[in-house]
Design a protein around this ligand. Structure first.
Ligand code: C2O
Ligand code: CU
Ligand code: CU
Length: 520
């Protein structure tokens, strides 16, 4: 049985004026480093740095032709052994978490046919993709379940879209080499969908990057970092109001600020360990957590720290050195670490300085013998033209990200709003012209990692200062901190149509902190 249109409207009707967060609500906010509340699982925690790191398999195309490479992915329920000796039911792309990695070439189009064997509708979004609107994974562009007994979301009925268990996504990939990721984006249910396992890497490569001589092959490690909580029997815990994730929206009371887990997984393995040679490695960090921010540091530190070479939208103009990296949900940091600076046998721990105890630990590298290394880190990586924000006609808009209230089925519930409005597919916060540059001033009340679909942006300022140390390069997600203002410049190019921008704290996103922009 699907939600009726009326129930839905009732849910979205604003219950009075948006209010500030009450004190009881604030008590759920863990420290000041993430907006969210820790969900304590019943499973006993596995030992740290015992299980070997895994690298997600690279997906082979089912065929290649003049139109590009064609992939197929089946979304299904599967059993994984994540905690040693326990079985965990996941929702996985091809039944695995993380899903298989897609490796593509800039400018060579691909198609991905998704088949949905899950008990719920899903939506597939390629995060960071410069994708036509009909393939971007708009929150109501469902891949409906093959099993037709599953209740359909009313939006599918309304749009008459009853595609039978499959959807073909076409990606032109006219964008530079970078680390993207694909994940579930179902309206109101992205948090539980990603939490259960619907996330994978998509790496775009190009000739410009190939020519640089960066570490590659086994010395290039994609690292998807998340937090999760498990019950004593190994099942994933998520405080959803509706455990079937079919009709009732949102997380249960007290978790509206975000769900934080008590187990760290890297590529689906709890606190893994990996042996590395004494050589340079390229680490592609992705924070795929629902709500947790990380402050990554290596202990003991390498002589050159992290040498950042890229971020969300591609390579930086030149390498930048950091001794630690603050990373909000959905952000990517592409870094080089030179393990030849350590004595063979050194145990190097990746720690998270935003937390202590087990959640202050992420994974471990054990450094082996010094090895031959012909990789380089050139002084110039690519060219980044600053967007022209000074010419007449550049539109400046203000987007406010605040907590508020909604009336849901006659219950007053906490919510998250943009410019005072909850998400509605029919309301656009901006209508930028194709190829125009706009300045968006982002104003926030709490931690809100703000993500814009279609085009990456350049951070112009934070408060009265310039961009922060983690804002350089082409970003698609900015880490907005409590009571902060930031300005970003976006050029809307590629395609006309309707896209979303939203908070990438997935609980905030599901609780309506999303809006549309229409490229005209
Ligand atoms: Cu990673 Cu709209 O999302
Ligand atoms: Cu996205
Ligand atoms: Cu938020």
């Amino acid at each position: 049985m699907a939600l009726s249109r009326r129930q839905f409207i009732g849910r979205l009707a604003m219950g009075g004026v948006a209010a500030g967060l009450g004190f009881s609500f604030l008590s759920g906010v863990a420290g000041s480093t993430s907006t969210g509340r820790s969900l304590v699982g019943g499973a006993s925690l596995p030992g740290l740095f015992i299980q070997p790191l895994r690298i997600p398999p690279v997906l082979a195309p089912v065929r290649s032709d003049g139109e590009g490479d064609h992939y197929e992915i089946t979304q299904r329920v599967a059993i994984a052994e994540i905690l040693p000796g326990l079985s965990t039911t996941i929702w996985g792309y091809n039944g695995i978490f993380p899903g298989p990695t897609i490796e593509s070439r800039s400018g060579r189009p691909i198609s991905v046919t998704h088949t949905n064997e899950l008990p719920v509708p899903t939506v597939v979004h390629l995060h960071g993709g410069r994708t036509p609107p009909e393939h971007d994974g708009y929150p109501s562009d469902f891949v409906l379940p093959v099993d037709r007994e599953v209740p359909l979301p009313f939006h599918a009925i309304e749009s008459g879209d009853l595609s039978n268990g499959q959807r073909i996504h076409q990606y032109p990939l006219e964008q530079p080499a970078t680390t993207l990721w694909y994940h579930d984006h179902r309206m109101d249910f992205t948090g539980p969908g990603v939490w259960r396992g619907l996330a994978g890497f998509h790496i775009i490569r190009d000739e410009e990057e190939d020519a640089l001589g960066l570490p590659a092959g086994v010395r290039e490690l994609p690292l998807m970092i998340v937090d999760r909580s498990f019950d004593g029997d190994g099942s994933l815990l998520y405080p959803a109001i509706d455990p079937t994730a079919l009709v009732e929206v949102g997380v249960s009371d007290g978790f509206e600020a975000g769900v934080l887990g008590d187990v760290t997984l890297v590529n689906g393995v709890p606190w893994p360990v990996v042996g590395v040679e004494g050589a340079r490695y390229r680490l592609r960090f992705l924070n795929a957590a629902n709500a947790r921010r990380y402050d990554l540091r290596l202990d003991p530190p390498p002589p050159n720290g992290f040498v950042q070479i890229g971020t969300d939208g591609g390579l930086l103009a030149q390498p930048v050195q950091h001794d630690h990296i603050e990373m909000a949900p959905a952000q990517r940091f592409d870094v080089i670490v030179d393990f030849s600076g350590y004595q063979p046998g050194t145990k190097v721990t990746l720690v998270n300085d935003f937390d202590s105890g087990p959640m202050g630990q992420v994974m471990r590298f054990i450094v082996g013998a010094r090895a031959e290394d012909s990789s380089r880190i050139p002084d110039r990586l690519t060219t980044i033209e600053p967007l022209d924000t000074t010419s007449a006609g550049v539109i400046t808009r203000t987007m406010r990200f605040n907590s508020g209230h909604l009336n849901s089925n006659n219950r007053d519930r906490h919510s998250w709003l943009i410019n005072g409005e909850p998400f509605s597919p029919d309301v656009a916060a901006a209508r930028p012209a194709l190829d125009s540059v706009e300045i968006w001033r982002l104003v926030s009340d709490f931690h809100h990692p703000i993500h814009v679909h279609l085009n990456p942006f350049q951070v112009l300022s934070r408060g009265l200062d310039g961009p922060g140390p983690y804002d350089i390069g082409w970003k698609d997600t900015i880490d907005l901190r409590p009571f902060e203002n930031a300005a970003i410049a976006v050029r809307f190019d590629g395609f006309r149509g309707r896209y979303v921008f939203h908070c990438h704290n997935l609980e905030h996103e599901d609780m309506a902190m999303m809006s549309n922009f229409v490229v005209t």
